[in-house]
Ligand binder design. Sequence first.
Ligand SMILES: Cc1ncc(COP(=O)(O)O)c(C=O)c1O
Length: 482
Amino acid sequence: MSQLLFEKNIPGSNAFSLPEIDIPAVDLAASLPDQFRRQNQPGIPEVSEVEAVRHYTELSQRAYGVDNGFYPLGSCTMKYNPKINEWASRLPGFASIHPFQPEDTVQGALQLYCEMQQMLAEITGMDGFSLQPAAGAHGEMAGVMIIKAYHNNRQDYARTKMMVPDSAHGTNPATANVVGYEVIEIKSTAEGLVDLDDLRSKMSPEVAGLMLTNPNTLGLFEEEIQSIAQIVHDGGGLLYYDGANLNGIMGVARPGDMGFDVIHVNLHKTFATPHGGGGPGSGPVGVKAPLMDFLPVPVAVQREQGYGFDYDRPLSIGKVKSFYGNFGVIVKAYAYIKALGAEGLKEACQHAVLNANYLRHQLRETYNIPIDRLCKHEFVLNSKKQSQYGVSTMDIAKRLIDYGYHPPTVYFPLIVPEAMMIEPTETESQQRLDVFVDVMKTIAREAQDDPEIVKNAPHNAVIKRVDEVTAARKPIVKWEAP
Ligand SMILES: Cc1ncc(COP(=O)(O)O)c(C=O)c1O
């Protein structure tokens, strides 16, 4: 374990030198009342410039990102972000504007906003978008608030429940709950798809809608989506699309055409802007025409005299983010969409699907794939074959770290025991995938011949096995001076 910068403190060390002050010094703190004045020095570490540089360089080298190597994190989609998008978002005209600037001085940014709304509407088959939400889960919340506002506006207050499949991402039930709905779980069939009979039996005048992702969290396309939409609509509910898996259908199929009424899109998953560490992300929310009035306020609009923000929307769910969303992230996604164009987006989707199916095919002999059928951009295997040697999915994931990989998502979706969810994304070459396959096969051999090496992995990482529960529930996130 290396030390924190605080622990590298050498009193008297200094990473800067300022010229002697040549004007009279003013003690600003002296004018503050005593109770607001600091009693002790702040305890900022004293280190030399070279030590500060080494400290942060070392930390940066420990971080693993998609720029370091293969990062097949299923559902979380660690997609490569072309560097030109970074360049675009740093153009001074975008990077240096201030959200309080008058609209007539930021017409270009507003134009980008409006065009982005239109492009997302076209890609997803929706009628309108707001770019405000700051992440997927945040977009979900805005979308479900829109569903609630829609029912309330019709004085339909009886709809107090939201349906969510048992395969759903945890943010779906959490969102429904936060917005005030009771969550009803819909079962999956043995094929991993929504059980239509269960759905039918649970649809009622108390149900506000169904939250669904398609392809679902097993990477499988919900083939009965039109029947699903009909059951929900016939019962007076609305269909919510969790767009986190849009990568698997982008340019080929559109949620709007499948019958979805509200959608969020994770720009940081589908449209190649950074994703990780909780943000900054972007989760635009889109709606069909009857729900346009409920979009978060303000909505970027094009008027005869130029672009601007429309605040005059009495039915809006209100503001969900300070200012107008994570603008830099939106610029990156805009650049990505423009660079690829319609054909390019479709190709990206097709390569993502091809890569996932290639890996599934190459690994099916070695690992158990509970639902082994054509998938979209991700698939799920598990450690059933390795469990006879006492090796779990967690062990395999930890062993992958030794081989220099970021492990795939594990223990999700919950409906697959010991799940390992692999999403290769479209930018990985066949050579890269083949090396990963070799490593996965090597680990399977190790599990058989020398299980302890897998069970005690990682051997090469700075931090070995942690107590995951304590780490999640009682993280120590601050340093106390001794
Ligand atoms: C299926 C699904 N839905 C929703 C989300 C939430 O997105 P975000 O992480 O941007 O909040 C995720 C995140 O990985 C996801 O995989």
